[in-house]
Design a protein around this ligand. Sequence first.
Ligand SMILES: *Cc1c(COP(=O)(O)O)cnc(C)c1O
Length: 456
Amino acid sequence: MLAHAHPPARQISLRSLQAVWHPCTQMKRHADAPPLEIVRGDGVWLLDAQGRRFLDGISSWWVNLFGHNQPRIKTAIHAQMDRIEHVMLAGLTHAPVVELSERLAARTGLGHAHYGSDGASATEIALKMSAHYWRNLGHPQKHRFIGLAGGYHGETVGALSVTDVALFRASYAPLVRISDTVPAPDLRLMPGGVDEHAWVEQAVATLDAHLQLHAAETAAMIVEPLIQCAAGFAFYPPAFLARARELCTRYAVHLVADEIAVGMGRTGTFLACEQAGVRPDFVCMSKGLTGGYLPLSVVLTTDAVFEAFYDDDITRAFLHSHSYTGNPLACSAALATLDMLDDGRLAANRALGARLDGLFAPLHEHPRLRHARRRGTIWAWDVVDAPVDFGRRFADAALDRGALLRPIGATLYFMPPYIIDDGEAVHLRDAALDALDAVLGSDAPGARADAFPALP
Ligand SMILES: *Cc1c(COP(=O)(O)O)cnc(C)c1O
């Protein structure tokens, strides 16, 4: 900013490159293509300053459930804003945080809601609570954690300890206490001739062997239930989650379900865990919790965990806080979101998933896509022989065709807001097909002139 004593009247996109250090971005990549300025949202659509429309095919990093500019959530936030915008939650309380906590408890069978602002802080709250629980019970040596290979639980230093994504962690390895990882039965890696049951049991056996050796020093196992989204939408069978629950119980290790991405109805049930019939010791939620309106995260746990902290001794209490913990505006947005996400909506979501599956058939059958998979309203495909830098090139090509899509590595995925209609889904599909042609090249008739050939 020093270079510009008077901010120049330049495009926001260009000023952004000077003033904003964008997340998850090599800034140099923007040297000749600045980020797109969005000025407005409308349902599944994002609009730029020129009035061009982009279908938000990834719910703005998985947070937006009911569309942009959502009337009910806006009304709820406005109403709360006229009462109290924020008040500290130590020694004080307020109706939105109590109602939200009660409703989340009723939906999940877990309670004692402890709030943070981001997913990563929820991860850290759960890990700290688990280790502190064991300490309060007289087992201070139980402070290690187990995660799944490829697991993602956020990127603060503590959360990175259980995030097994080399790109995000390697540069900070000396800062991080790396946790143990066990394999997840990623269905894409299942060898031919092995059935799903055997594939699950193979991963279970590894977990069992690990727990046999290390349960005495392990506080908790943390998992993303059913889908490891950041790992490139690695799906694994619900049976694995059920077996992991059994083993954690047998070896006295907590099970932490990180439902930050898959919760809030995304996989067809309120929590993904429900599909495995599993009750975890901790559930972390964030992302869609406020419908994409305000940052909020929550950790829910059992009475047993809560009671281990309930004491006259302050050091046995959970002394963890964030300035905006349980913010009333964020809680009011979450309450409005929960109002919309009732049982009828969950059933409608399941029907939506099945119906769009039909519309997305050309992607399922695309010769350059494999491992077509869906759970709830998440679709993913892996690109065969993806060119170097496929993700960025595809994202640019998709924007040119009116869709916001950001593949993870060579995995293309859709995670649209729940309000997407059939016409919009067709737009998303066609933009993706067209962008694939543009990036991969195509021998098919009608290939785009600007298509460049796939790299070997
Ligand atoms: C996004 C995500 C997080 C981290 O949430 P932030 O709000 O980005 O800190 C943690 N776990 C999972 C499964 C996620 O998808």
